[in-house]
Design a protein around this ligand. Sequence first.
Ligand SMILES: Cc1ncc(COP(=O)(O)O)c(C=O)c1O
Length: 372
Amino acid sequence: MTHPYRLIDEAAIPSPALIFFPEIIRRNIAEVIAMAGGPGRLRPHCKTHKTLEIIQMQLAAGVLKHKCATIAEAEMLALADVPEVLIAYPLVGPNLHRFVKLIQKYPRTEFTAIVDQPAMITTLSDVVSANSLSVEVLVDVNVGQDRTGIDISGVGELYRVITRSPGLRPGGLHVYDGHNNMEHHEDREAAVRTLLTPVLVLRAKLERSGMAVPRLVCGGTPTFPIYAKIHDIPGLEISPGTYVLQDFGYGSKYADLSAINPAAVLLTRVISLPTAKRVTLDLGTKAVASDPPAGKRVHLLDFAPHTPVGHNEEHYIVETAHAGRYQPGDVVYALPTHICPTVALHKEALIAENGLIVGSWPIVARDRVLTV
Ligand SMILES: Cc1ncc(COP(=O)(O)O)c(C=O)c1O
C-alpha cells in the first residue's frame, strides 16, 4: 500500500473518522507564505478548517490578518488573539448586533466588515455609532462570480457613502473571484488581469479624490498562485482558504498548486458486500459532504478500480470487478473532493503524528454560535 496516510494504529480508530496531519498542514502554511513572498501578504480564510489549533499555527508562522464568513468563526479567531479579522460575509438581521457584541467583547482584535448595498451601510452605521464604536468597512466588488458584491460601476458611490457615515471607515475593496477556477494557470492569470484592470482604475480615482483605499483583499486558493506573483499593488492581501488542508478537487486539478498536499483524510471501513460487484463503506453523506454532485465526492486511496453507485446518509456504495478482494472491517482511506463542507460534518478531527493518533482537535467554529 503506497499512500502516505496509513496509520499504525488504524485498527483502534472508530470509523468514519476525519484525520488531520499537522506536519502537512505546517508545510502547506510555509509553502503558501513562501509563494506569496511573506506572511504579511496573506489573509487566509478559516472556513476550511474552523479550528483554533490551525489558526495558532498560522499565527506562529507570522500570518496576522485573517478572514472568515460567520460570527462564530470570527469569535474563534478572536479567541486565538488574531489582531485583524475580516468578516467577508454580509451582516444582516441579528448578526449586526452580534457583530457589535463581538467588537465589545474582544477589544484586542480589530474586526472589519464588508458591504455591497447602501441600505447595509445605513444599518451598520446606525448600530455601530449607537454603541460609540468605529469600524473599518470594505466594499464587496462583484467581479464576475455573481454571488455577492456590487458591480464595479456602483463601487465608487458606495465608497463615498461609507466615508460620510458615522462610525464607519473605508478600508478598501473585497475582490473575491471564486468563479476563476479554470484548470490552466495562464487562463486564471488572464482572468485575474482582466478583473483587476477596472478595480485598479477605480482605486486610483478614489485616491485622487482624497479617499484612502488601503487594502484590496483578493482571491481564493485557485487564483492564489496568480496574486502571489503580483508585487506592484500596494495593500494587496491574498485570501486562500482551502490550501491549508487541501483536497482532492483542487489537488487533482491545479498543477501550479502541486507543492500543496492534502492534510486531511477520512478513514472508513467496508461494512457490507451486498452483491458480487458491490462494496459498501461507512462513508455516507454525514461523513463526506454531498458537494460536489454524486459520483465525484471522494477519492478512495489504493482502492481497486470502481464506480460510485450510491451515497446515503451512512453508506457509500461502489461497484468494482474486484469486490472479492474486500472483507467487512477492511480499512480504507479517502480524500474528500471538497474538504471545507466535509470538515463541518465532524465534531472533531483526530490528529496523526508519526503514524499514530496522538489527540484530537475540536472543529470549534462548526457551531453557529460560540458565546456571542
Ligand atoms: C469570500 C471568500 N474568500 C476566500 C475563499 C477561499 O477560497 P478557497 O476555498 O478556494 O481557498 C472563499 C471560499 O469560499 C470565499 O468565499
